[in-house]
Design a protein around this ligand. Structure first.
Ligand code: MG
Length: 185
């Protein structure tokens, strides 16, 4: 089970991701988390840097879609302002929100190996991707101090599982999780 919690890649932030590499690997659909991945919990709207990134990603030929576990109207408001299709209350790590995003919102134009999920949480984003057998990118949270209750709980679980992964898969841990696990901002 813990193998499904290991991301395919780790990057410090969404701005550091090698999008060309992803494209060359055949990825065409990017499913991204919202909170602490694109903006912190304190923010509500996309900033200029984020708009530039979105343009770059879409110009490269990716489809970019938001998949958030939050059911708050901030998701609707953000998605509208950012002009991006979205699934809210997606219940990651359950498969249904991810499946819905691929099948309905992205109209089923993609096979699983053309999809990547980006997020800041192992228990939801990365585990959800792993359960769906989809590639994943773990990013450092923008500002962990803004995490809300359920996320704080997930981070505790995450620390528990990180230790287990470190023990069982030390090479993968060192490659993909060490920097994330040891940077407690
Ligand atoms: Mg998040």
């Amino acid at each position: 089970m813990i193998k499904k919690m290991i991301p395919t890649y780790f990057y410090k932030s969404i701005y550091d991701i090698d999008y060309e590499g992803l494209y060359n690997d055949g990825i065409r659909l990017i499913l991204t988390d919202l909170d602490n991945t694109l903006i912190s919990y304190k923010e509500t709207m996309p900033n200029e840097k984020l708009f530039e990134l979105k343009k770059k990603i879409e110009d490269m030929g990716f489809e970019f879609l938001l998949v958030s576990n939050s059911r708050k109207t901030r998701v609707d408001n953000f998605a509208k302002a950012f002009d991006i299709p979205y699934v809210k209350f997606s219940t990651k790590p359950l498969k249904r929100g991810i499946k819905k995003a691929i099948k309905k919102v992205a109209k089923g134009n993609y096979t699983k190996d053309q999809v990547v999920i980006i997020g800041d949480q192992i228990m939801t984003d990365i585990f959800g991707a792993g359960r769906c057998k989809i590639k994943s990118i773990l990013v450092g949270a923008i500002d962990k101090s803004t995490d809300i209750g359920p996320t704080r709980f997930n981070r505790k679980l995450e620390r528990f599982f990180l230790k287990r992964i470190k023990k069982k898969y030390p090479d993968e841990y060192n490659l993909k999780l060490k920097e994330y696990g040891e940077n407690d901002n």
